[in-house]
Write a protein that binds this ligand. Structure first.
Ligand code: MTE
Length: 308
């Protein structure tokens, strides 16, 4: 992962269109584009989901343009400008496999999963380990609801989530020093924490491919690399997994990766973060400011590297 500090394209769209007007227009545009005919159920994946006021971001929203054009998705390339390349991601049909320590291993159609969950919108802060941050409205449902659908055994201790690895669509898979597919993992307690979210939408629309369509994890108290994109598999296990970045550089990217301004990355400080869009630098907060929801998960773990 690299740090970039300036970009020519950062234009503010904040004042562009009032929200209700924009939503109405999006609805019309979606209908006009015949998205249902393309098999992309826009409405079911994002639109009209009520906002959960419990999570409000506490900061000005990052513009949709910035959030959708400055991305990390190494399967499509190692720089931030992968939004065009990512349009090759095939997302219809999409299935999710549940395996490992589950009562019955099986593969489910993503649309059938959507019928069993309640969508809501949450505004979360996102803090990348590289030192940039954004605040965006995700639509989706709690990760614990997906875990419940998988029906893991009581003895499962971790859930590992895996990104699609399609060499035809993803040129980044040619980087052979990386161990594809991209995987991430959390403990069952973390997975069942209400803050852990599966996003299916962003800014009231289906989540763009570059942001992890059709479903990605969002763990706002951890560095962004934990938030694995385009999930095709959940594996339940009693063994701590070696996650994608941990496998590449364990001293720099660990399993826990909880945000902490006091614990520097081996190559840079984590004390502050740069807000996408205006390049303002603001102080970073422990657990990215979500300590009231998650700090108790880590009580009594003195020997774990919780912040790397
Ligand atoms: N998931 C996959 N499959 N591949 C990736 O390269 N990058 C991670 C995470 N999830 C990544 C991924 C990192 S480092 C970050 S900061 C976030 O995605 C970026 O999400 P965004 O592009 O939606 O801002």
């Amino acid at each position: 992962m690299h740090i970039k500090t300036s970009h020519g394209w950062e234009l503010s769209e904040r004042d562009a269109t009032p929200e209700p007007l924009m939503l109405a227009r999006r609805g019309l545009m979606a209908a006009a584009a015949g998205t249902a005919a393309l098999g992309i159920p826009l409405v079911a994946r994002a639109q009209g989901a009520p906002r959960n006021a419990k999570y409000d971001g506490g900061r000005e929203l990052t513009s949709e343009r910035d959030a959708t054009t400055y991305n990390n998705y190494y399967e499509f390339g190692t720089d931030k400008s992968i939004s065009r390349a990512a349009q090759r991601l095939p997302i219809t049909p999409w299935t999710i496999k549940f395996d490992g320590m589950v009562g019955k291993p099986r593969t489910m159609d993503f649309d059938d999963i959507l019928k069993r969950v309640q969508l809501e919108e949450r505004v979360y802060r996102h803090r990348c380990v590289e030192g940039w941050a954004m605040t965006v409205p995700w639509t989706g449902f709690p990760l614990k609801d997906l875990v419940a659908i998988a029906e893991p055994m009581a003895s499962a201790r971790y859930v590992v989530m895996e990104t699609l690895a399609d060499p035809k669509a993803m040129p980044g898979l040619r980087i052979s020093s990386f161990e594809w597919p991209y995987i991430e993992g959390v403990t069952m307690a973390e997975a069942n924490n209400d803050l852990a979210f599966i996003a299916t939408g962003l800014f009231g629309k289906s989540i763009p491919k570059q942001n992890g369509a059709p479903l990605r994890l969002v763990l706002p108290w951890k560095y962004g690399f934990k938030s694995v994109k385009s999930i095709v598999k959940l594996t339940f296990t009693d063994k701590k997994p070696t996650t994608f970045w941990e496998g590449i550089q364990p001293q720099e990217y660990g399993f826990w990766a909880n945000v902490n301004p006091e614990v520097p990355h081996p190559r840079w400080s984590q004390a502050t973060e740069r807000l996408l869009g205006n390049d303002q630098r603001v102080p970073t907060r422990i657990y990215n400011g979500y300590g009231e929801f998650v700090a108790e998960l880590y009580a009594g773990m003195p020997n774990e590297k919780l912040f790397i």
